[in-house]
Design a protein around this ligand. Structure first.
Ligand code: NAD
Length: 501
């Protein structure tokens, strides 16, 4: 608990801040100082029920709003978010710890989905077939689902919610966002921006909290769909529970992303990319590279080049121009540190120890510098676990086939990268690798908004990936209408199955 007065972040329901019925609270910290900066309300099941009721009522009018009306609000939201991106980035840095430029990058990638959602009139167009049978026409339409829940993780407090709510709202749904309790303020900031953009009250709501709030959303009959992003055990639980309650679910889970470096690759480019993708956002990205797979004789050179670059990285308060900020919480930092001892004990070679890296900031912050392990074996916890911190492991293999087998045997399948100058090898890799998002000489291949984001295997439960056209389909249901405008010649009884004539 806090030893000084801090403000309370409330839920946002029906267009206003609401304290809620529960007295449960959580602390929110500034990772760069270690200080508790505010508290956040934790919803009870009754609080969730209120939000679902509000969102259900708002759905009646919002689904009936014309596409012209909806896009007017979306364009306004896009303009305001674009203008004030830096304000949101500052909030993210203060609660997540990532450096300001990275926080701004996250906002801009979220903005791309808002821009994609502005094209909803085109995206919702159905098909029309004239005269499929004599005087019979067929057309298809897509309609919103109702109230949808978005449950998001700590590592992208703005971008990940933006993967879902712009399209959900554009398609005519109403939304309840349950953000991470670790960095919850971005959600309320975006809710206020929606209100300023002219979105009717009740269409976008924020309910804060933990498992209690999530469980109620998963079982509530008024919630029609759940978009979840978080760790694999919770993603699996959310998928199994919400589908049991008859909902449509997309649950994106954790990751262990490999970067395969073939012997012909440009090693300087590969080393730069490994460092950028391994230590950006202190490794707290679901698309971070956590394993470099060095193929053949290049391993010694590559490890040396990566270690060299790590030495030049600055670690410090994200507001001060450092390359890398602190980790999100003390508990998470301590957990990541525990992997360093475990790696050494298991026999991996600790090339760079992040505990020795200097940092510029308050010693009470949640600091850990970039760490590099070589000679990591796939049996070690360093390799099997998603560490989600600034720890990069190098696994040495003899051949392309060994690299491919390693990646494909991994239970996660979010992102992967291959670095090579051999187009044939890259082409073979994209065809053979069992991963949802692939980068060829691109270390963090997060798809642009008009494609869809999603992994394979334990990185995604459900059928629909996030945003892009899969996002539009996820947030809508199809109807097909067969119509005949009567002609007297079609009168008369016929009990046979309708056939096209
Ligand atoms: P998390 O699973 O701890 O929490 C995610 C959300 O679930 C939060 O809103 C949290 O309040 C809620 N939650 C936590 N435990 C719960 C429980 N037992 N029951 C019900 N709800 C629960 O994840 P995190 O630590 O916030 O985020 C990091 C994880 O998210 C990493 O595993 C990362 O790989 C993953 N992630 C995946 C993607 C992707 O696209 N696949 C994107 C971002 C993050």
């Amino acid at each position: 608990m806090t030893d000084h007065d801090v403000s309370l972040l409330n839920h946002w329901i029906d267009g206003k801040a609401v304290e809620g019925l529960s007295e449960r609270r959580g602390d929110v910290s500034d990772p760069a100082t270690g200080e508790v900066t505010r508290q956040v309300a934790f919803a009870s099941a009754a609080d969730v029920d209120v939000s679902v009721s509000v969102a259900s009522n708002a759905f009646v009018a919002w689904r009936a709003a014309s596409l012209a009306e909806r896009t007017k609000v979306l364009f306004r939201f896009r303009e305001l978010l674009n203008q004030r991106a830096e304000d949101l980035a500052a909030i993210i840095t203060a609660e997540h710890g990532k450096v300001l430029s990275d926080a701004l990058g996250e906002v801009r990638r979220g903005l791309e989905v808002v821009e994609f959602a502005c094209g909803i009139p085109h995206l919702l167009k159905g098909a029309f077939s004239e005269a499929v049978s004599t005087q019979v026409d067929v057309y298809s339409i897509r309609q919103p689902l109702g109230v949808v829940a978005v449950i998001s993780p700590f590592n992208f407090p703005a971008m990940v919610p933006c993967w879902f709510f712009p399209l959900a709202i554009a398609a005519g749904n109403t939304v309840i966002l349950k953000p991470s309790e670790k960095d919850p303020s971005a959600a309320n900031w975006m809710a206020e921006l929606w209100a300023e953009s002219g979105l009717p009250a009740g269409v976008f709501n924020v309910v804060h909290g933990d498992k209690v709030a999530v469980d109620r959303l998963l079982e509530h009959a008024g919630v029609k769909a759940v978009s979840f992003v978080g760790s694999t055990p919770v993603a699996r639980y959310v998928y199994e529970t919400a589908t049991r309650f008859g909902k449509r679910v997309q649950a994106l889970g954790g990751a262990k992303n490999h970067m395969v470096v073939l012997p012909d690759a440009d090693l300087d480019l590969a080393a730069d990319s490994a460092v950028n993708a391994g230590f950006g956002s202190a490794g707290e990205r679901c698309m971070a590279i956590s394993v470099v797979v060095a193929v053949g004789p290049i391993a010694d050179d590559l490890v040396a080049k990566i270690a060299d670059r790590i030495a030049g990285l600055t670690v410090g308060d994200g507001r001060g121009g450092a390359d890398m900020g602190p980790l999100v919480t003390r508990a998470h930092r301590d957990k990541v540190v525990s992997y360093l001892d475990a790696g050494v004990n298991a026999g991996a070679k600790l090339v760079v120890d992040g505990r020795d890296h200097p940092f510029h900031g308050n010693p009470a912050g949640f600091w850990l510098g970039p760490t590099l392990f070589d000679a990591v074996d796939p049996e070690m916890a360093l390799y099997t676990d998603e560490i989600f911190g600034p720890v990069l492991s190098v696994v040495r293999v003899a051949s392309y086939d060994d690299a491919l087998a390693l990646v494909n045997a991994n239970p996660y399948g979010n992102g992967v990268a291959i670095f090579t100058n051999d187009g044939g090898a890259a082409r073979r890799f994209h065809s053979e690798v069992e991963v949802g998002m692939i980068g060829i000489n691109v270390p963090i291949p997060v798809p642009v908004a008009f494609y869809s984001f999603g992994g394979w295997k334990n990185s995604l439960f459900g059928d629909a990936h996030a945003y892009g056209t899969e996002g539009v389909q996820f947030f809508t249901r199809a109807k097909v209408v067969t119509s005949r405008w009567l002609d007297p010649s079609h009168a008369g009884l016929n009990l046979g199955f309708p056939q096209t004539t």
